[in-house]
Design a protein around this ligand. Structure first.
Ligand SMILES: [Fe+2]
Length: 485
């Protein structure tokens, strides 16, 4: 019998193998400082125990093997039940609030499962280039890796809720603010192309995956597509996220005690949940303190850092109190992507309200021609431009610490630090086509869009068109905001 021609693995499959290894390794790096007891505790209905995350992200790849690897033998029916998250299409599963109610599978068993899936996936990826459906499978594997990166960020939120400063995070020193950033920037309205357009994505391949060419060099979720035109009126947007110091002013002015600033749903939360401050704020001897991975700090010491762990309801109340509003996601995206050439920046003059006129944006409004992938241009994120996971701060950075990451008209820290709330409902863009059932499409109701990524978002995972979404009352994730007018 003639043997099939042995083709060497193509560059694309070799690179997805590298990406697979590095993403899977990072999940284990994140959980490395945990003690065994930490892995199984569920501190709230909204969080998941670390054991569940390391099992669930492996379960995702097992569903790929089940579908595409002929003769693949399911590892354990029990694991399928325990590690499925919410997918009706993949059968029954444990209810989310009960993920921390079982001691089995043990952490060791879960790690063994993870290692087994990794072994199987390595072999599977190696043989991919022999298959006619390699493109489809590579797309699913990439999606699985982006899914895992989402869970890496969730792990950071959940470990913070579980342990906060008891967690021995490998924290690197924070950069200092090198530029005072205040006021707003005025942006001209007009037609704007909202969303991700692969045809216009001229971004160079991501660092570390130089051979991942063509469409696979880049990635965007189905919910960012298709790019489509929207009309924007002229608007102004804050040059920086709202800071702890500014938010303290709102609190000290009785912001949490005055119904006038709150949506009805927000005022109800203030009263029923007794909200007086963002999550992780504690009052000691009459002074507001913030607890983070590094310890407990007076809020006043963090006055120049972006406020975080606020809900949409709190962000909206602050904005109303400040005589502003939250931006729509289209406004946010335009501010973060449409840039004049840096070389053309003249001195900026601000008016009495601190609004800086952005010149040069009108010629690009609507054409989409100068829409950049990131606030600073098309170069992929690095540690000098944005505070993302790789910076290793495990915290927000002071406003003005990343001048290299600002937009051409002077908006800082739009990528990294905190996800920023927008007023936009999380709904499909016109012409939306689901690329993976039950992933993004089943959540298109009752949630709000956040933009920009946080200090827990991996560099390769973020772009300006990325749409995150949470319910308006949620604040366990790293959510902050900037205002518009
Ligand atoms: Fe998931």
């Amino acid at each position: 019998m003639a043997s099939p021609i042995q083709r060497p693995a193509g560059p694309q499959t070799r690179t997805i193998a590298d990406l697979y290894q590095s993403v899977r390794a990072r999940t284990l790096e994140i959980v490395a400082p945990l003690e065994i007891e930490d892995y199984v505790i569920q501190t709230a209905e909204f969080m998941s125990p670390p054991r569940w995350h390391i099992g669930h992200t492996s379960w995702f790849f097992e569903t790929v093997l089940q579908k595409y690897q002929p003769g693949y033998k399911t590892y354990s029916e029990d694991f399928l039940f325990f590690f499925n998250s919410y997918y009706e299409g993949f059968g029954p599963r444990i209810e989310r609030p009960k993920r921390g109610t079982r001691s089995r599978p043990t952490v060791a068993e879960t790690r063994k499962y993870r290692a087994h899936i990794d072994e199987q996936m390595a072999r599977f990826i190696e043989q991919l280039s022999h298959r006619d459906d390699a493109d489809e499978i590579l797309r699913i594997i990439r999606l699985g890796l982006e899914h895992e990166m989402q869970h890496q960020e969730l792990l950071v939120y959940d470990i913070k809720h579980l342990l906060c400063d008891q967690f021995d995070a490998p924290i690197k020193p924070a950069p200092r603010s090198v530029e005072s950033v205040s006021g707003m920037v005025g942006i001209e309205g007009g037609l704007f192309e909202l969303g991700y357009d692969a045809a216009k994505d001229g971004c160079e391949p991501q660092a570390g995956m130089p051979a991942l060419r063509g469409a696979r060099a880049t990635f965007a979720w189905d919910n960012e597509k298709p790019a489509h035109k929207v009309w924007l009126e002229d608007f102004s947007i804050d040059r920086a996220p709202v800071s702890v110091g500014e938010y303290l002013e709102f609190m000290n002015a009785g912001g949490y005690k005055d119904f006038r600033w709150w949506h009805s749903a927000g005022w109800e939360k203030v009263n029923t949940e007794h909200w007086q401050a963002p999550l992780y704020w504690e009052k000691h001897d009459g002074e507001w303190m913030i607890r983070d991975f590094a310890g407990l700090h007076p809020a006043s010491d963090k006055a120049d850092e972006p406020v975080s762990h606020v809900s949409f309801l709190e962000a909206s109340a602050y904005a109303k109190w400040a005589g502003k509003r939250l931006p729509t996601e289209a406004e946010w995206e335009k501010a973060a992507t449409v840039s004049e050439p840096r070389a053309d920046r003249g001195p900026r003059a601000s008016n009495s309200r601190g609004v800086v006129a952005a010149t040069g944006s009108s010629d690009i409004a609507g054409s989409g021609e100068s829409k950049c992938k990131f606030p600073w241009g098309d170069v992929t994120p690095d540690e000098s431009r944005a505070n993302l996971f790789e910076n290793g701060l495990w915290s927000v950075a002071p406003i003005g610490a990343f001048p290299a990451g600002q937009t051409s008209n002077g908006c800082h820290q739009m990528i990294g630090d905190v996800w920023e709330w927008t007023t936009s409902d999380y709904v499909p863009y016109p012409g939306f086509k689901s690329e993976f059932d039950e992933y993004n499409d089943k959540w298109f109701v009752s949630q709000k869009v956040l933009r920009g990524g946080s200090f827990a978002t991996p560099q390769i995972h973020i772009r300006s068109t990325y749409r995150n979404f949470f319910y308006p009352h949620e604040r366990w994730m790293i959510g902050g905001f900037r205002c518009a007018k």
